[in-house]
Design a protein around this ligand. Structure first.
Ligand code: ADP
Ligand code: MG
Ligand code: MG
Length: 251
């Protein structure tokens, strides 16, 4: 039985249908990649899985292990073990990163971690990600570079240890530093938490150091292909045009 099971899912925003009958399974411990051109609906699928109320599910279901989560609020989904990293991480002036992390973990665990234990845990994670500990006391996201924002996301991932992490990559190119942080973070998540990943991207560079189990291709809100990691090279060479043709044939 897959950890995440999406069946015949359709969703709309402001009366406009974005996702069309999407079915996708992610078994425990696997790395799946969702690819597709800009505007295909990839981020929308991530938000719908996480329960963003902006999007209305009009058909289908989402299961996490034994639980039907289709109707759950976002915080309950988080509690059930889902994590979504944002394409554009937030900035919260006035709130130190450590306070933000503290609030996240306390809310998830339902109790307050001891100060010392919390500090020890986040400092160890910062070290693991080669993140300067000084960042923990800076205002969340304010003046952070793209790479530093990615480090914060990875720190959250390793702190929260979700069952399934959906990582929505930024469309703007990540620099070498940011790429290596994301790779390191994903690897640590896989090793220390036996993590399951659904990586959303239209940029294949991020996937170079990963052992990908399955690739799903989305075009205009439809899943039009799935296959093994060799699909990544195919897309690198030929882009998404062939899949757009597949969709035209399906209609
Ligand atoms: P991708 O992540 O694959 O680039 P998105 O999921 O961001 O694609 O967007 C898919 C389509 O849905 C686009 O046409 C986009 O304009 C539309 N869309 C996404 N979110 C919203 C929203 N909150 N309001 C209106 N349209 C949206
Ligand atoms: Mg594997
Ligand atoms: Mg997107």
């Amino acid at each position: 039985k897959p950890l995440l099971s999406i069946a015949n899912l359709s969703a709309q925003v402001e009366e406009k249908q974005i996702l069309h009958n999407v079915s996708l399974d992610v078994p425990q411990g696997e790395v799946h990649v969702l690819m597709g051109p800009n505007g295909a609906g990839k981020s929308t699928l991530g938000h719908v899985i996480m329960g963003n109320p902006t999007y209305e599910v009009t058909q289908g279901s989402i299961q996490l292990a034994d639980q039907d989560i289709t109707e759950l609020s976002t915080d309950k989904r988080s509690h059930a073990g889902l994590f979504l990293s944002f394409q554009a991480p937030v900035e919260i002036p006035g709130v130190p990163l450590s306070s933000f992390l503290r609030a996240t973990i306390d809310k998830r665990e339902g109790f307050a971690m001891k100060n010392k234990e919390f500090r020890h845990t986040v400092e160890a994670l910062a070290d693991e990600l080669s993140m300067d500990r000084a960042y923990l006391d800076r205002e969340l996201g304010v003046g952070f570079s793209g790479g530093e924002k990615k480090k914060v996301e990875m720190l959250q991932l390793l702190l929260l240890k979700p069952k399934l992490a959906i990582l929505d990559e930024t469309d703007s190119g990540l620099d070498v530093d940011a790429l290596s942080v994301v790779s390191k973070g994903m690897e640590a998540y896989r090793q220390t938490c036996d993590g399951t990943l659904l990586i959303i991207t239209h940029n294949t560079r991020i996937l170079e150091h990963l052992d990908v189990d399955q690739v799903h291709v989305m075009v205009q809100g439809h899943l039009v292909a799935q296959g093994d990691a060799s699909l990544i090279d195919e897309i690198d060479n030929a882009g998404f045009e062939q899949f757009e043709a597949t969709l035209a044939d399906m209609r």
